[in-house]
Every structure is written in structure tokens, then in C-alpha cells.
Design a protein around this ligand. Sequence first.
Ligand code: IVH
Length: 684
Amino acid sequence: MNKEEARRQMEALTEEINRHNHAYYALSKPEISDQDFDLLLKKLEILEQAFPELASPNSPTKRVGGEVTKEFQQVQHQYPMLSLSNTYSKEEVEEWEARIHKLIEEEVEYVCEMKFDGVAIGLIYQQGILVQAVTRGDGTQGDDVTANIKTIHNIPLYLKGSGFPDLFEIRGEVFMPHTSFRRLNKMREEGGEEPFANPRNAASGSLKMQDSAVVAKRRLDCFFYYLLGTGLPFKTHYESLQAARSWGFHISDYLAKCSSIHQIFDFVHEIDQLRKGLPFNIDGVVIKINDLRQQEILGNTAKSPRWAIAYKFKAEQVETRLNSVDFQVGRTGTVTPVANLSPVLLAGTVVKRASLHNADIISTLDVRISDTVYVEKGGEIIPKITGVRLDKRPPETIPLKFPALCPDCGTTLVRSKGESAWYCPNRSGCPPQIKGRLEHFISRKAMNIETLGEGKIGILYDHGLVRNVADLYDLKQEDLLGLEKVYQDPDSGKERKMSFKEKSVTNILNGIQLSKSVAFNRVLYALGIRFVGETVARKLAFHFQSVEAIRQADMDALIDVEEIGDKIAESVVDYFQQPENLELIRRLQEAGLNFSLSPDSMILKSTQLEGKSIVVTGMFQRYSRDELKRMIEAHGGKNTGSISARTSFVLAGDNMGPEKKKKAESLRIPLISEMEFLQMVSEE
Ligand code: IVH
């Protein structure tokens, strides 16, 4: 292909991709399947690799990130990034309105918007192209986070339509929707990392990451609310937001023009009702003067504009008594303080426990046992203690001390530089860490030993039969038969006895036996190396192919792997430096677990289906759709969601949709039955 042709194709692809991006993210009306979209992106990427000189810095391929920023540039804001004055009462809004009327003796119209709870960002567009994205920083200068911002799908890299000024700034709020937040925290917990306390912290932490490819996976979102520039062609704020929407910016539909306090508070109440059901956090309503000329007359104070005010919703908060604090030790040794409270109703649920996060928070709040404390459920999932009623403090309380020794094994706790969490370093001798590691090892995404569970692990541990995960593979029938545990039934409160009978012992041993065929990547995840979650384990397994190669890898070799940064690499190196871990792996290897990507392991059983795009559709007799999809991957094939000219074949079950059937026929794509497929990959 010559350069001219490449340029033409790249332009056409860029335009098409941007159009689909807009349809998907801004309009929520996708026109093509995710797979077809990925295909367009892939085509563009290939052309960009072949003709790097033609690749645009704002290509939609930048959405997946890749750029690594070691240190963010400090950039001066052309217009200072002010804050808003906050109020919590209707009276204060009325006072604000009265002040406005004194300064402006004409009709005033207001625009009410949601106050998004995220991180402020300012974007500069030049000739319709995003050129720079800067965080608030100290209000006069912030960090240049352009590479990270480009990964956020609903932020336009190029503007649509016409009529936008040659140069302008638009401000908005980057936030993490609840679904992304939950997903991220789950992954962090699985990897033994501290979860983010709330979506705002998660959004702000994400924007400051060095590797934009990681940011791309965080699924951030952004709403815009403020346009700045010289000679903007608008008379009102409302009009400017409508125009911004037409250029492709994500503007909330919840905008109201109001001309009285009464109308303003109708909007406030509507939003307050709505907010519990929103997929993201808001913390109030912003009320702005609509007329830009009037805004100019009012101007700013040193800190905030006079033409706007934020009415903040009170986070639902209740008072209750702090009865005690447990210091819980997790599988990675981190000690988390958890408050036991007198049960209290908060936002529809009874709260008995709340997080106190870490030692720093305990001392900042100076909470003490018997204190009356405020408990809040902000955007957070777990309620937290936010303050203390000092006026209600009983006499003779003493400051709460974070323990110096592990509450379970008595080892002196340690804290790493720059981390707020204390942890117990006694990995091999601390009961909750050992039990936690065993529970992690048998969990579904790890070794998936369904015949064992938390309760049974507890019994094995209490009888001294297992001290580490390798001990599981030494268990014999006679060790287990007749083991007993007396426990209290949580429902009835009665004492009950659990004892291992022959059948359940056979089941347990079979389950353990079966786990030996689990693929290397899952074995690696099961080891519970700090920060090595499911995804990281898969990346490491694919990249290094064997545990031996990972053991030999140094920091540089590890960091070379996609998605792996200093922290993970350090943790991996550290893990393989501990003789006890090497001994553990040796025993597991001896037991027959997969420690390399052998052709037998589930990851890549064969290359039978290499280069094939397969669509799985309908209902099957022997395997579920997901199992079949896993098989396709295990044999080197690729699953795609919709039938196109590139589909190699359709794995068709019963009740295949007539539309799909017609499409496959018209494109002459073969339909393969479950049996034929199983024979093809010799699974049957
Ligand atoms: S207008 C200062 N509108 O709240 C005037 N801000 O507490 C420009 N925010 O810095 C801001 N939603 O980060 C505006 N609809 C909205 C907003 C909003 C959230 C944030 C923004 C601002 C902060 C002030």
C-alpha cells in the first residue's frame, strides 16, 4: 500500500471509529458489535505501525493507552481553577440569591446541575483537537495528565460538527462509575491490595498513574460543565453546554433553567430522590447564573465565583456507640481495624460494623471505646466512622492504641515506608494468614477445590493437619475420617457437630486430586503472592511460561511484562527470595501441580484452532457456552460475538436465532455442531 492510500484509509477508519465511539459512549446507542469495533481499531493500529509518521497523536487507538509518564509536567492554568462556595441549607441559598439581586438589578435566570463527585479536569482544544488535559492541582497549576485522559472513552479527542472556537478550555469532572469501582476493588482485594475507600479516591488515584494502559482499564467517565475562552460565541451558560454537547462532549441531561428559589428547590428535591439510583456519585446541586454577561459583572472572589453556589446533600449520618474494635489479620498479614457498633439503621440497612481503615485514621479521629461516633455511608460500600461526639464522651476514656503486636500470633507488627497499613510479618506462623492463604488457594478462581470450604479448612487447621497449601496434597483417608468440630449454628444458636464421614472424606480427597489438572496461571494465582491477582498471574504465566522462568526473572524482566509495574515486580522478586516459598513450590511440583504451560494445561491445549474466529451460539447438550468458549481459547482459537465475513465457523447449538442463521448462510459460513467440534479438538 502506498502512503497516500494508507493516509486515506487511516482517515476513514479514524472517522468511523470516532463516530462509533460517540454512538456508544455519549449516546449509549451502539451501531456495531464490540468485536466489529475492535476489528476497526485493530486495522487502524496495524496501519499506524506500518506508517508511524502518519499516526495522529489523537488517534482513537490512544484510548487503550500505552504511554508511560514517569513524572507529570506541571502546567499553569490559563484561568485559575476555583472552587465553589458550599451550603447545606436553603436559607443560605436564599441569602446568596438576595446578594445577587443587590448587585444585579435585572431579571436573573439560574441553571441547576448535578454536582459530580470526582476529580476536576481542564481540557484544552485547539482547532477541535484535544491538546492538553490538566488536573486542578493547587488551582493555579496542575499536572498534565493528557495521556491518561485520552483513555477515557467519552472524552472526545476530536470534536464533531462545527462552530467551536479555535481555542478554548472545557472543564469537567472525571469520576469512576459504581460498576467500575466495584470491579476494581474486587480485583485489588484478590491481589491482596488495599481497596480504594471510595470512587473519588479511585478516580483521582487512577488519573495519577504512570501507565496509561492501566488507566484505560479503570473505566473512568467524565461529565463536562464549564466552558472558558476569549470571545466565546454564547450569551448564556445553558447555550454553551448545548453547543458543547453537539461537539461531542458528555453533558448531563439533568440541567434545569430556573427563575426562582422555588424552582431551584424543586430541582434539588428531584435530584435528591434520584441520586440513590444513579450509577455514579453526586454530592449536591450546583446553581449557576445563566447569563454570561451577568456572570462577568459578578466576577469572582479569591476562592470562588460569585455567580455560582453549591448546595450539598448531607451524607446520611447517624450516631451510635463504639463498643469495641477488632484488629483483623488478613491473608497477606495486613491488620485492619474494624469497629463494633451498637446496631443502628443507616440508609436502609442495619449497621453493626464499620471500617476504621488504618492506624492514621484512628489517631486523626481520636476515637475511643464508649465514644458516641458518627457513622456515614457516603459513596462508600462499607460504612465508616467520620467523627466523634466529644461532648458526649464519658469520663476516663483512654485513646485507642493500635496494637504493636499481632493480635493473633503476637509478632511485632511492621509497616512499610509510605504505606498506612501495619502488617504481621509472621507469614508462616500466624493462624489467620495461614487459614486465609488456604482459603484463597481453594477458592473458585484459584484451584477451585469445591469439596473444601472455609469451615472444613478450619477443622483441618485446628487438628494440625494442614499448615500450608502443600499439606493438602499429603492428606490421607485415615487422617480425615472421624474428625469433628462442635460449632454454634448461627441461625438457631444451638450447638451442632460436624464430623467427617467416609463419603465426604472421599469427596474431599477427590476434589484435591482433581485440582492437580488446574492450569499454571491459576496455580500461580493460587499461591497468593501479594499484588498478583488473577489477571497479573495470567500475564506472568503467558509471558514466562514456567515458574522457574519467573523465579529467575529480575525486576527489569518483570517490568517488561504488560501491566506489571514496580510494586508487583518487587513483590514477585521478594516472594521467590524466601526459601520457605521455594520449598512450598517444590512440594507442590512433586504433588503434580502444573508449574508450566505444558500442552496439557488448560491454557493452551493445542494450536488446532489457531487463526480461527469462532462464534458460539445457541444451547448445547454437553457443555455450557462458556465452557465451549474456554475450549476454543485452550486450542488457540478466538471467540467473537457476531457473525461477519471473517468468521471461520459458527459453533451452533439448539435454538440458534433465525437472524444469525440467515447471516451465516448468506456469508457461506459453516455451522458446526457440538459433537463435530468436540471431535475437531479431540475433547471427546
Ligand atoms: S462549576 C468554580 N459545575 O465541584 C466554578 N463544578 O467544589 C466552576 N463540580 O471545582 C465549577 N460538579 O470540580 C461546576 N456541575 C458542576 C460541578 C462542579 C462538580 C466540582 C468541580 C469544582 C468543585 C467545587
